[in-house]
Design a protein around this ligand. Structure first.
Ligand SMILES: [Zn+2]
Length: 402
């Protein structure tokens, strides 16, 4: 506000303002389904106690989930008082979902049950580079492979979820921009649905992984955590107050693109000196090359560093220091109680972890780092794809999409 009380607004002059994701919608159904999924079997009384809802509300909300085949009554529990209570569990094998992760080098797909437990997995390499049509053809082939390999899966299938790195418009089913794939304005949901005959939804891969971690992984016992991924890029998904935080345009948690160096290396986003240019696989390889060494792949760099090659060791330490500063920024902004560090390079934490932890603790304000526990979760592409399957399950159950 100015001294005279006049409001000054900067921005939004030419572009239409994106609509905020409606978080005010009634998500009771989703909350109860997630509770049954993560903690079931549970009686209606237990569900009411855990959710703070009345038992009649629980019954009203859960009955349609039973009718739709998502939840089933499984046995009874005696409390010693009154009638035994029927227990509710997710009807895991009544429905199936497919999750597909499109990465820079391969497309990985999983067929899962309704608990997102993997029934089958297929991978196709992306040999034709990052061409969108080749990647979407590979994704369609993975879906066909999974359906062909599992009799009855198509009849039970509730949909296909696709996760990939970048700015995704879930509502429009398209990628606005993906630096890691080099895509700009690429339709994904409609062409994939046309190629497979299966309804398809799309989401940012780190957001879908955050949902998988919340439901099944290192975030299942807490209300809030930040997921940070390291590998080809640096990603971040924020789960705060029991909800995935996406921001007004789906860009919340773009930790990889916080500016670190004004004149730093050029980033895939077009800017210079983003965290991702200092803490990604390419950053490690570039530092080794600048130091006169040579590693053709990040796997070679990991091996060289573990063998004690000085330039490889120093490159991972520099990557760790940059990442630690990024984690300090994250903690200063959000003050999370837990950070889950995952992604393709989490398995090299022995190489970059000490420098990362030191920089993180040194740079975080007050107790922002010591308030926070760091859990390193070594994942492979199947967990990413599992996260994409969670997209479909959330959609089917009627939970808000990331
Ligand atoms: Zn950037």
């Amino acid at each position: 506000m100015t001294a005279g009380g006049e409001r000054i607004t900067i921005g939004f002059s030419e572009q239409p303002r994106p609509r905020a994701v409606d978080r005010g919608a009634d998500n009771t159904r989703g909350r109860l389904f997630a509770e049954i999924l993560t903690s079931g079997p549970l009686s209606r009384t237990q569900l009411a106690q855990r959710s703070g809802l009345s038992q009649s509300t629980v019954t009203k909300v859960v009955n349609p989930l039973i009718d739709a085949g998502f939840v089933a009554e499984t046995g009874e529990q005696s409390t010693g008082i009154g009638r035994p209570q029927r227990l509710l569990a997710v009807a895991a094998d009544r429905r199936a979902a497919i999750g597909v992760k499109i990465g820079p080098n391969a497309v990985t797909g999983v067929l899962t049950d309704l608990r997102a437990q993997v029934i089958g997995q297929r991978t196709r390499p992306l040999t034709a580079g990052h061409d969108p049509s080749a990647a979407l053809s590979a994704a369609a082939a993975v879906v066909w492979d999974l359906l062909a390999g599992h009799v009855g899966a198509r009849e039970k299938l509730i949909g296909v979820g696709v996760g990939l790195g970048g700015h995704v418009s879930a509502a429009e089913g398209r990628v606005v921009r993906s630096g890691v794939l080099g895509w700009n304005d690429v339709e994904v949901s409609a062409p994939l649905a046309a190629a497979t005959g299966v309804a398809t939804v799309i989401g940012n891969d780190v957001d879908t992984l955050a949902v998988a971690e919340r439901w099944f992984g290192a975030g299942r016992d807490v209300d809030g955590f930040a997921l940070v991924t390291v590998g080809p890029g640096v990603g971040c998904g924020l789960f705060l107050g029991g909800e995935l935080v996406t921001g007004v345009g789906g860009l919340a948690g773009e930790l990889g693109h916080i500016p670190m160096l004004a004149d730093g290396p050029k980033c895939t986003c077009g800017n210079h000196g983003c965290l991702e240019t200092l803490a990604s696989d390419d950053a490690v390889l570039r530092r080794i090359a600048d130091d006169g060494g040579h590693c053709a792949t990040i796997e070679e760099a990991v091996t060289a560093a573990r063998d004690g090659d000085p330039s490889a060791v120093a490159a991972f330490e520099a990557m760790g220091t940059a990442l630690g500063r990024g984690l300090a920024t994250l903690c200063n902004l959000v003050n999370p109680g837990r950070i889950v560090l995952a992604g393709e390079r989490a398995g090299a934490f022995d190489l970059f972890g000490p420098a990362c932890t030191q920089a993180w603790r040194a740079q975080a304000f007050s107790t922002a780092a010591t308030d926070c526990e760091l859990i390193v979760d070594v994942t492979d592409d199947s967990l990413w794809a599992r996260g994409a399957a969670c997209l479909v399950i959330r959609d089917a159950v009627g939970m808000p999409q990331p």
